[in-house]
Ligand binder design. Structure first.
Ligand code: GLN
Length: 284
């Protein structure tokens, strides 16, 4: 059987079992150790038996064991980099790539060429802070998390990807008190506690990284209430948040930073997903 036929029949099988067809390519890339374009160059070649066996091992777990494909293959691609992931960290989401992109764009607009101190609070796998430090060497990034197990993953990723992020353990702002940042980024846990969540997510990903209090706003409140002393005179705060929290984010920003410009951005799906707060003197 050719790669092409094999892929098609596995995608059909995924579909029939109510699973994502996209998992097929991800697993095949992992077992062949080929990037997508090289995989596509093999489409008319016969698929090797050992590749089929390795594929089936993982694919069957994916189909029948309620496991996310990224935990099964052990990594997730984020902003073009492969991040190691396991049950101790949230699997990076597409929306979060947009947060990184928007932070980089605003760095260029307001701080271009300047060395800046950047914080990634609740860093999980480290994907935000590490991608920022790799994409913009002028960013000196400190990332923190409450979970030592998550920090082990983040530190591994930092080393493997040759990034230069420093890591601190602690609850929310606690470990960051003696620092001052130009850019403060966070994608904290933000799903309301009682929201129904897909079992694939809820039963596998760390719940400590998912749930953000009864309304999903708990951690934004904690951060905005206390972050002022950790900001330089001119600083940007950048959050990812729930798609239905635009009004709440604006009112929280106005409460703690009454004189600052607030900008809510949509993600590629058209959902209100990011809020940027500009503290201090910005030129527009
Ligand atoms: N966007 C994630 C989800 O919906 C949640 C991420 C978070 O809570 N920070 O699964």
């Amino acid at each position: 059987m050719t790669y092409q036929k094999f892929i098609k029949s596995m995608q059909d099988k995924a579909y029939e079992n109510g699973k994502e067809e996209s998992a097929v390519i991800l697993i095949l890339e992992a077992v062949t150790k080929l990037e997508t374009n090289f995989l596509y160059m093999k489409m008319n070649e016969e698929i090797e038996e050992d590749i089929v066996n390795k594929f089936n091992d993982i694919f069957n777990k994916y189909l029948f064991d309620n496991k996310p494909v990224q935990y099964l293959i052990g990594y997730s691609t984020f902003y073009g980099y492969d991040f190691m992931v396991n049950e101790n960290v949230l699997i990076p989401r597409f929306e979060t790539e947009e947060l990184v992109e928007n932070v980089l764009y605003r760095y260029d607009k307001h701080f271009k060429g300047k060395k800046v101190d950047v914080c990634d609070l609740a860093c999980g796998s480290g994907c935000i802070g590490i991608a920022l430090s790799l994409e913009e060497p002028n960013m000196n990034v400190i990332a923190s998390d409450i979970s030592n197990e998550a920090l082990d993953v983040a530190k591994y990723n930092n080393e493997k990807l040759n990034a230069n992020v420093k890591f601190l353990q602690g609850d929310m702002l606690e470990p960051l008190k003696s620092f001052k940042f130009d850019i403060f980024v966070s994608n904290p846990p933000y799903i309301p506690n009682d929201e129904l969540v897909d079992p694939l997510v809820k039963d596998n990903e760390p719940n400590i990284a998912l749930f953000g209090g009864s309304d999903g706003m708990k951690f934004y409140d904690i951060i905005l209430k206390g972050v002022k002393p950790m900001l330089k005179d001119k600083a940007i705060i950048a959050f990812e948040h729930g798609y239905d929290k635009k009004a709440e984010m604006i009112s929280l920003a106005n409460k703690y930073f009454p004189n600052s410009k607030v900008e809510v951005l949509k993600d590629l799906e058209g959902k209100d997903r990011m809020t940027f707060i500009y503290v201090g003197d910005f030129k527009w």
